[in-house]
Design a protein around this ligand. Structure first.
Ligand SMILES: CC(C)(COP(=O)(O)OP(=O)(O)OC[C@H]1O[C@@H](n2cnc3c(N)ncnc32)[C@H](O)[C@@H]1OP(=O)(O)O)[C@@H](O)C(=O)NCCC(=O)NCCS
Length: 171
């Protein structure tokens, strides 16, 4: 009984949060620009053991015509971002991160759901990504959005030789 009440409370909270997001002008998902890079690198460095540099993001934005990068902005502050490479109807997610102080509040799911909807509208049929075997939080996020594990890339991560789980989702 307590579980049922808890589930109902959680569902109400999620609906309230979703309404807030749908109707709020303070929450924006937009394309990343060169001016965003310092904020993005700060999130990147707080999120990954081998963070991408400002130069890597600059080159992605300026030189990689396959790349699409998006920021999630809350009240004028960038709190998260996500990047993809789009190759022949498939999108490869390169990175997603939310500022540590804003995690666990639904923002990662919100950002991914919106980008996935936008990908679907532009003709993308499948998405793929790699995630550390130890990164259960991210794997839970992806599973909740319809991704399924499809194999391992052995010793994929150079810092600790950790394996990557390859995941795919169909839109
Ligand atoms: C992974 C990440 C983007 C998730 O963003 P977030 O805003 O914290 O996630 P949300 O609050 O939207 O939660 C979405 C789902 O993720 C999972 N999740 C979130 N926090 C979790 C935690 N602490 N433990 C386990 N699962 C968790 C849950 O499945 C959750 O769904 P639920 O709320 O319905 O249970 C964020 O933790 C992050 O930036 N991590 C560091 C960078 C990273 O690991 N990126 C992924 C690289 S592959």
């Amino acid at each position: 009984m307590q579980n049922k009440v808890q589930v109902q409370q959680n569902t109400r909270k999620e609906i309230a949060q979703e309404n807030l997001r749908e109707n709020s002008p303070e929450i924006v998902i937009r394309s990343m620009t060169l001016e965003d890079i310092p904020a993005i690198v700060a999130i990147e460095e707080a999120s990954f053991p081998t963070p991408w540099s400002a130069e890597s993001f600059t080159s992605e934005l300026k030189d990689n015509y396959l790349a699409r990068y998006y920021c999630l902005e809350l009240k004028g502050n960038v709190i998260g971002y996500m990047g993809l490479w789009i190759i022949m109807g498939e999108a490869h997610i390169t990175n997603i991160a939310i500022w540590p102080g804003c995690r666990g509040q639904g923002w990662g799911g919100y950002l991914m759901r919106n980008i996935m909807q936008s990908m679907f509208r532009s003709g993308v049929l499948r998405l793929t990504l790699e995630v550390r075997v130890s990164n259960i939080t991210a794997q839970n996020l992806y599973k909740g959005l319809g991704f399924r594990a499809a194999g391992l890339r052995k010793r994929y991560y150079s810092d600790n030789q950790e394996d990557a789980v390859i995941m795919w989702a169909s839109l």
